[in-house]
Design a protein around this ligand. Structure first.
Ligand SMILES: *[C@@H]1O[C@H](CO)[C@@H](O)[C@H](O)[C@H]1NC(C)=O
Ligand SMILES: *[C@@H]1O[C@H](CO)[C@@H](O)[C@H](O)[C@H]1NC(C)=O
Ligand SMILES: *[C@@H]1O[C@H](CO)[C@@H](O)[C@H](O)[C@H]1NC(C)=O
Length: 356
């Protein structure tokens, strides 16, 4: 083949995949269409809902398909303080904008005790209690999720319910959450491409009791301002394996944080983690705080200004152990107090250091 033919072929292939990769493209098994106070849910050639209730239309579409089938919500509308439930094997595409309200303790969209649920696309606005709420899932796959919120918490995996395994997230963008953008509990096997958090009240990504995790980028701007939360926080035994060990099983490629509260925070017996690089600037609280954390390595990157880079310990848990930090720190200070057990600092830049 000539070079020209090859590049034409490549262009054609790229076009094909771009077309396929659109919300609602192809032939979804069910769709929700309409606007204002008139919505229809259609499965194949049969109408499964017609009326003014956007939520009921979406739920009727979901309930009309079986495992492995796809629902595309083309219409925009408001579900109010209600919950949409996705059962096992269903593929949910939110192509319109789904506006939601706060239903105490509940998710605007929930999937619990399910396997193989996919949400390849979702755009949500409003102020939910939890935008998406999960527990007891297996092989959950979230794609391009955009939440432009005016309060509430973006994506939550429950603390006190069944654990999850093999969760994937592609690109999660959360703006304006009052609490966390993404909060996990009880996941074994998590892959995240990107979490992008803007003007979020608490954490960008909060990992708790989550093991065997791989995260590409966590990027926060004005996240956790005025609080002790962080763009990336690992807490409550995050990264501790079932055996009790902290051998490395949480891999974070990059954390970017500007302003807000803390940048990176590892606390309450978490660890078993490697962060390849950080790019933190002007954080309003500690750029980095490592407190009762075990086997954590930050392998490189920069801290510019912001609150102190600090190793600390509370007396309720064993002291920091096996913390390795390689970093360029400017316009800030680095403090280790109390001395950790087997800390290894490689700090360059003009930071004043008070380390052991
Ligand atoms: C969400 O916010 C982004 C960034 O501000 C904006 O580009 C997008 O249009 C918004 N989408 C909706 C549905 O509000
Ligand atoms: C820290 O993790 C590394 C990589 O898995 C492992 O080799 C090492 O034994 C761990 N150290 C401790 C003290 O758990
Ligand atoms: C401390 O970390 C540096 C950089 O990773 C490494 O080269 C060095 O060997 C470590 N020191 C000890 C005592 O392990």
């Amino acid at each position: 083949m000539t070079q020209f033919t090859i590049s034409l072929l490549a262009a054609a292939l790229a076009l094909t995949s771009a077309v396929q990769a659109q919300c609602g493209s192809g032939s979804p098994h069910a769709t929700v269409t309409g606007s204002g106070s008139s919505f229809k849910a259609t499965r194949g050639s049969s109408q499964v809902y017609s009326g003014s209730d956007y939520r009921a239309a979406i739920q009727a579409a979901l309930d009309s398909v079986s495992s492995g089938q796809r629902v595309a919500v083309m219409a925009s509308g408001s579900i109010g303080a209600n919950t949409i439930t996705i059962s096992s094997g269903k593929i949910f595409e939110g192509c319109g904008t789904i506006n939601v309200a706060n239903r105490a303790g509940r998710g605007a969209i929930e999937s619990t005790d399910t396997s193989d649920v996919q949400i390849p696309y979702l755009t949500m606005t409003g102020s939910p209690y939890f935008g998406l709420r999960f527990s007891g899932t297996r092989n959950l796959n979230l794609g391009q999720i955009t939440m432009n919120l005016s309060g509430g918490l973006g994506i939550r995996f429950d603390r006190d319910r069944a654990a999850n395994s093999n969760v994937k997230m592609d690109v999660i963008r959360v703006t304006g959450a009052g609490s966390h953008a993404v909060e996990t509990w009880n996941i074994d096997g998590l892959t995240v491409n990107q979490v992008i958090a803007r003007n979020v009240g608490e954490c960008g990504l909060l990992l708790q009791k989550t093991t065997n995790a791989r995260v590409g980028l966590v990027d926060g701007d004005n996240v956790a301002a005025g609080t002790g939360y962080a763009t990336l926080r690992m807490a409550n035994n995050n990264g501790q394996l079932a055996s009790g060990s902290y051998s490395t099983n949480v891999y974070i490629d990059k954390v970017v944080s500007r302003g807000g509260g803390r940048g990176v925070f590892c606390v309450s017996q978490s660890g078993g983690a490697v962060i390849n690089s950080v790019d933190l600037a002007n954080n309003g609280n500690n750029a980095i705080l490592i407190e009762n954390c075990y086997n954590l390595s930050i392998k490189g990157g920069t801290v510019q200004g912001g609150g102190e880079v600090r190793l600390a310990a509370r007396s309720e848990f064993p002291n920091n152990k096996d913390i390795w930090v390689t970093l360029t720190v400017n316009g800030n200070t680095v403090r280790e107090s109390p001395c950790g057990d087997n800390t290894n600092w490689t700090i360059s830049g003009n930071a004043k250091k008070t380390i052991c």
